[in-house]
Design a binder for this molecule. Structure first.
Ligand code: IPD
Length: 327
């Protein structure tokens, strides 16, 4: 019910606000070379590019401890818990809180402001509540299915027509994407090949995108698309905790998401009937912002979302990561 969703949303907002001061304090103290071990970054499984800090652990533990008292029967999936116990987790239909305590930990360690806390709730495997708090930028994004999306209490997208244009080709679009922390030769080559195809001029078979940006945080990428300042976000490799909350925010802001097989958009009728809807656990995501209809052409915005997304996928290489969960 919408009362239950509102209650989950209120809880998530209260938790994000509670841990916000620890996040902001840690942001300036934490560093690769911090002499106080409480503020040092550690590479996970020996990979310096995939790091964790005491702040990640503190925030995740605090959030889960509170949630376990309020909702003892719910399930909990967190980046650090899952990474540290090494056992993975089972994906079920039960209400599941999906938390990334610090998304963009690499940015956090380098004091680069695109980093934040992501708290999502999925029911029947679909995300229904999302809170993303970017404390350094002072941006609190909130959404619940059917209840709209907001940035600091104002409805999204913040950029609205006529400023929010209706792009008709990729050369009018700005894409946010990520190079990720997997530095194996095949993955880096594949990502760079995709970047080349996306940027290259059309005469040489490229998409000639107007803009390609890497912010270092999947969570904040989704907020940029929800806000309307980037047209798309594409990445292979992020986990459900990186985008569960952001997906709800984007969908409620009129955007759509695709996982390489299934679509999800708030009122794309085909999505509800799709035999294979967007899969939150697939580790693939293409997100596209709200596209206003062309004058006198109802439904044209949704058609353009699909066409532009299809064109983009024609220029990028899939990287086959194993889906989350299932252990
Ligand atoms: C990562 C960041 C990064 C993205 C990775 C994520 P983390 O999350 O969002 O930008 O490329 O796919 O796993 O490890 O900083 O929480």
């Amino acid at each position: 019910s919408s009362e239950a969703l509102q209650a989950y949303l209120d809880t998530a907002v209260a938790l994000a606000r509670e841990v916000g001061p620890a996040f902001k304090d840690g942001f300036w103290r934490t560093g690769q070379f911090a002499s106080n071990s409480d503020y040092a970054a550690e590479g996970k499984l020996g990979n310096e590019a995939d790091c964790v800090t005491a702040v990640d652990r503190y925030i995740e533990q605090t959030i889960f401890a509170r949630l376990r008292t309020i909702y003892p029967k719910h399930r909990f999936v967190g980046e650090e818990t899952t990474a540290e116990d090494g056992n993975g987790y089972e994906v079920t239909d039960d209400p599941t809180w999906i938390v990334d305590p610090v998304d963009g930990t690499n940015n956090f360690v380098h004091h680069f402001p695109f980093t934040g806390i992501s708290i999502g709730v999925a029911i029947n495997r679909e995300p229904v509540v999302g809170v993303v708090y970017l404390p350094v930028l002072d941006e609190l994004y909130t959404a619940a299915r059917g209840l709209g999306a907001h940035l600091n209490g104002k409805p999204l997208p913040v950029v609205r027509p006529p400023a929010l244009t209706t792009p008709t080709s990729l050369s009018q679009c700005s894409l946010v994407t990520e190079h990720g922390s997997d530095r194996s030769a095949a993955v880096i080559k594949s990502r760079l090949d995709s970047f080349t195809r996306l940027l290259l001029d059309k005469e040489h078979g490229g998409a000639c995108l107007q803009n390609l940006r890497v912010t270092g945080s999947a969570t904040s990428d989704l907020t940029l698309v929800a806000k309307g300042v980037a047209e798309m976000y594409w990445e292979c490799g992020p986990h459900a905790w990186d985008f569960a909350a952001g997906v709800v925010i984007l969908l409620e802001a009129g955007g759509a998401v695709f996982d390489g097989a299934g679509w999800w958009g708030v009122d794309i009728p085909e999505c509800d009937k799709s035999p294979q809807p967007f899969n939150l656990w697939n580790r693939k995501i293409l997100a596209i912002r709200h596209v206003p209809d062309l004058p006198g052409k109802p439904g044209s915005g949704r058609e353009l979302q699909r066409r532009l997304a299809g064109e983009l996928l024609g220029h990028v290489q899939d990287i086959p990561y194993s889906p989350d969960g299932g252990h």
